[in-house]
Design a binder for this molecule. Structure first.
Ligand code: GRF
Length: 226
């Protein structure tokens, strides 16, 4: 297999707060030589995040900016901004990062921040999406990769994984299935970005030169992007 030219790979920082299974999926794709990114560091606001262990196991530098060590939110945001300004990565990947980024941060790095949110956006922004979708009676649920803007879970949509809700589904079963889809769609969108085919231009997501009007959809049931 041809080795990746590391020097030209997209410099990336990944932010996490918890278990880091999406981080692991990304790390695995890099190992398999499918992702032309170079992870400069994995940053967490939570020193206990298991994802930090995953990063260390993969030999990736880690950085903790512990939210609870700061006297207020503004001071925490400033520390995050300072860290990123110093490193100035090509790409910032939010992978289960549970803090809201400051408006200043979103503006500074506009078009460079990706997030994955466990719902078929624009439905169910915010937390607790699995219970909320089950309560709603909707037939489908899933996850969305989008660019991050100053408005929470509202940036331009890139790609979604969609699955049919089963009568036997509780929040746990549904989450398990949706997360399997996340491990497919997140590396896919990151690859598009790293290869230069995905961009945010004038606030819109653009893939291969064309604006994404309707999100691309992947369902593991057919395992094909449509
Ligand atoms: C993911 O399911 C993602 O949709 C949401 O946070 C979860 C993080 O899970 N933003 P993990 O830490 O990657 O296991």
């Amino acid at each position: 297999m041809k080795e990746l030219d590391i020097s030209s790979a997209t410099s990336t920082i990944i932010l996490i707060s918890g278990y880091g299974t999406n981080l692991q999926a990304i790390l695995d794709e890099i190992t398999n030589n499918h992702l032309p990114i170079r992870i400069l560091s994995v940053l967490s606001d939570n020193p206990e995040a298991y994802g930090i262990k995953r990063a260390k196991n993969a030999g990736i530098p880690t950085k903790i900016i512990n939210y609870h060590r700061f006297k207020n939110k503004a001071a925490f945001h400033l520390a995050i901004e300072e860290y990123f300004k110093k490193i100035d990565p090509d790409l910032i990947v939010l992978a289960g990062y549970m803090r809201i980024l400051s408006e200043e941060f979103c503006r500074l790095f506009t078009g460079k921040i990706l997030n994955i949110h466990p719902s078929l956006l624009p439905k169910f922004r915010g937390l607790n999406t699995y219970q909320r979708v089950l309560d709603s009676g909707d037939k489908f649920h899933g996850s969305t990769v989008h660019f991050v803007t100053t408005e929470l879970d509202s940036g331009p949509i890139i790609l979604q994984y969609r699955t049919k809700i089963r009568t036997t589904d509780g929040p746990k079963q549904l989450r398990k299935r949706v997360q399997l889809g996340e491990y497919e769609i997140y590396p896919m969108a990151i690859k598009w970005f790293a290869e230069g085919s995905l961009k945010m231009i004038k606030g819109k997501a653009v893939l291969n030169g064309s604006r994404i009007f309707k999100p691309k959809i992947l369902g593991l049931e057919n395992s094909k992007v449509t």
